[in-house]
Each structure stands twice: as C-alpha cells, then as structure tokens.
Design a protein around this ligand. Sequence first.
Ligand code: URA
Ligand code: SF4
Length: 221
Amino acid sequence: MPGTGSRIAVRHAASAAEYIPPRASLSRLRAAATRCRGCDLWTCGRTVFGEGPRTAQVMLVGEQPGDQEERAGHPFVGPSGRVLDAALAAAGIDRDTVYVTNAVKHFKYERGEKSARRIHKKPRDSEMRACRPWLLAEIRLTKPRVIVALGATAARSLLGPQFRVTKHRGKPVASEWAAAVVATVHPSAVLRAPPAERARAERAFFADIRAVATVIGNTSD
Ligand code: URA
Ligand code: SF4
C-alpha cells in the first residue's frame, strides 16, 4: 500500500491509563504518577499530583502546575494558589480539608526569548485526555460531593468541550463525577485582570467559591 512503508513505528503511550495501578490507595497512585509517561509532558519536570484528605468533600481542579508548583512538587503554591487561598478563607473553607489537584499533572512551558524563565503554555486536548485517567482515579478514591473546576481546561475535562464557564460560572451542575460540579474562572484570570477590573474579578471569583461553601452547607444535614 502506498505510504505505509514510510511510517516509522514510534510507540507512544496513548494515555496515563496504563500507569495506574488497579485498586491503589491515594499514596500508591501518587507514587505511580511520578513514573507516568502517558504523554510527552513527562519530560517537563516532576509530576505534581493532587493533595488533600481522602475524605475531602470538596475537590478543586486547576489546569496544570505552574513554575513554582513544579519546583515545590505541590499544587497551587504560587501566585494563583495565593488567590485561591484567599477565596477559600473568605468562604470559610479550610484548605486542609479540601483535595486540590489539576487536570494535567505536568507543567507545560516554553522558554522566554530573553530570559530562561519558564513560561506557561496551555496543554493540548490530547494532553488533557492523556492525563484524565489520573483525575478520574482521584475522584473515584475521594468521592467528593462538590468538584470545583477552576478555569476552562478543568471544566472541559470534567464537563465536556461544549461547557462555557462564562455562561455557567458559580452554578452547581449535576454530573457523573459528583453531586455538584461548580465551574469558575482560573484564579490566574484574577491576577491578569487589568487594574480597573481587578477588584471586580476578585469579587466574582470569591462569590463562586462561596457558592461551593453553600452547596456543602445545604447538603450536609
Ligand atoms: N495553576 C493551576 O492550574 N494549577 C496549579 O497547581 C498552579 C497554577
Ligand atoms: Fe502522565 Fe499526565 Fe504527565 Fe502526561 S501530563 S506524562 S499523562 S502525568
């Protein structure tokens, strides 16, 4: 057949699925994720897995770790994490009680032209799909009552490509993953807002996180 002979057979793992040990605990999952080669991003540094108690009622899902998260090996410890911490505190949610993770577990970046700074690059759909089995395994184990999708990438991964954060932000939607999924903007959107918009963006983000507190409060009796 024309063309077939010219293909070089390079084998890529289609996704993280084959790296996930069956019936594993969270700590075994985390250990296995350090060896994941489910997509090409494994070359970008260390795996930053989710963190939090197995019994967490709330799971927060970001996009991917950033520069500081990759260095520290923990999710949401950089500038976006500080915005998130402030929103959680304002909503009366203790961060130690929530499970914090990302749709993609590796930091995707490019080098700056003038400096060696690592600049965040959006993950592709194929990378999100490849990494999704880790997120689903985390959900299966923690069984959160509410999942918060922080930004479009997390919302896409959990609610599909049609879902529009701008249209549905802050509104709990039922899903196969949890009784409620609440999508909002990514905290970096608050940081990137122009100065005149910043306070408003922060208020809106804080209000969405407060809606999460309401959902848990409303369903806890
Ligand atoms: N942005 C994310 O989406 N996740 C992190 O962990 C840090 C920044
Ligand atoms: Fe594995 Fe996800 Fe990292 Fe890709 S981004 S190598 S699927 S952990």
